[in-house]
Design a protein around this ligand. Structure first.
Ligand code: NAD
Length: 367
């Protein structure tokens, strides 16, 4: 495949690693990146090492003051899209030095319209990876809409987690198709990698009864860089929801983590693996169960990540195919390797004229 020029929207815990992992993949050139305060653009290719060094421990992770006031206004607004301590100035996660995020890089320019700045250059961008927060669920669909309204022709891919967002993207499918966008949704680890694994594991069966996804993540050394993800996961705990998780202060999150001795266990999570497997015709969404264990005080996974698909074969046997990740593979490896792999699959489809919304299971053998 020809060289793919791609952009990363959001250079937090995930987006930074996307840039890093892309250097180990063939044919990928990062030409644009942004966070909430800045943008870096170079169509000949960004200096990824410099950008990573400048943003190490220095992510512009906090939202503009009062995220809850960030009413989705005009679709062109880059409104704050997650929760946590108000933190553009000085409160960014693990911020050292005067400037947080991309503007700390010599390639970064401050801007109030980072996403629009990238849209303005999108004619020369083959693929856009959205590593943006997702606590305001329509944020990513609305960003997709903005690219479509600017007649972007290319690939967009997100690593979002929540089931309900897939429908919001489907609602915009006509607009995306008309523009020539191939949108790959839910293409991180779960959903994403593990959804694809489930689709593959299902191929032995003619009828799938159940898909069980059970993940383990150890985040000690990556905790500071992944607070957005941890906050989003907290919304799945009993007694919490998206609103309460978004409003929590960093101190409240720390207290909650202390109460659980650093280990949070989740059951029946709203992860889009369910709708993505259903829309690929593999099983009913209600037969997909996602849970897992997150340990923010150890890098070792608290449990092994598995995907188990139970079904019946054409000749009447009932069995369970299980896909297992090695405990040494980190969350960042399992989100970004697959995300970039799906990005490449998206580009192949886009160049073949296949536009619209695709899930990870749609890019696997059919069922
Ligand atoms: N599917 C999976 O397996 C999986 C795993 C982990 C994380 N995720 C998802 O990845 C996403 C990113 O997580 P993270 O931990 O990197 O979050 P983060 O908070 O560390 O980073 C978010 C980045 O987005 C930027 N940003 C926020 N609002 C913006 C705006 N309006 N305009 C431009 N940039 C903006 C921030 O400055 C920051 O750089 C989340 O949606 C999370 O759910 C998915």
């Amino acid at each position: 495949m020809d060289d793919i020029h791609f952009a990363v929207l959001g250079t937090g815990g995930i987006g930074r690693r996307t840039l890093e992992v892309s250097q180990h993949k063939d044919g990928l050139t990062a030409v644009a990146a942004c966070d909430r305060n800045g943008v870096a653009l170079d169509h000949d290719g960004l200096d990824v090492d410099e950008l990573l060094a400048a943003t190490e421990g220095n992510i512009a992770s906090g939202p503009a003051e009062h995220a809850s006031d960030s009413t989705p206004a005009a679709p062109t607004d880059d409104y704050a899209s997650d929760g946590g301590a108000a933190a553009v100035e000085g409160g960014g996660v693990k911020q050292h030095g005067d400037q947080s995020g991309i503007v700390a890089s010599e390639q970064g320019e401050p801007t109030e319209t980072p996403i629009d700045d990238i849209i303005a250059e999108s004619d020369a961008i083959d693929a856009v990876l959205l590593a943006l927060p997702n606590l305001e669920h329509d944020f990513i669909p609305r960003v997709a809409e903005r690219f479509a309204e600017a007649d972007y022709e290319g690939v967009m891919i997100d690593v979002l987690k929540r089931s309900r967002v897939i429908g919001m993207l489907d609602d915009r499918e006509d607009l995306l198709k008309a523009s020539g966008i191939t949108f790959v949704c839910g293409a991180g680890a779960t959903p994403g990698f593990l959804t694809g694994a489930a689709a593959l594991a299902a191929q032995s069966f003619v009828e799938v009864e159940e898909v069980e996804i059970w993940w383990g993540v150890g985040l000690k050394s990556g905790y500071e860089d992944n607070r957005g993800t941890v906050r989003e996961d907290i919304a799945h705990l009993d007694g919490y929801d998206i609103e309460t998780a978004r409003e929590m202060s960093e101190a409240e999150i720390e207290a909650l983590i202390d109460e659980h001795d650093g280990v949070l266990e989740f059951h029946d999570m709203e992860h889009a693996d369910d709708v993505l497997l259903e829309r690929a015709g593999i099983c009913d969404a209600e037969d997909v169960h996602v849970g897992g264990v997150l340990d923010v005080r150890s890098d070792e996974k608290p449990t092994t990540t598995t995907v188990s698909v139970t079904g019946t074969t054409f000749d009447g046997e009932t069995g369970t195919n299980t896909f297992e990740l090695d405990d040494v593979t980190s969350m960042e490896a399992n989100v970004n390797g697959p995300a970039l792999g799906y990005l490449k699959a998206g580009v192949r489809n886009n160049r073949a004229g296949h536009y619209g919304v695709f899930g990870p299971a749609d890019l696997m053998p059919g069922f």
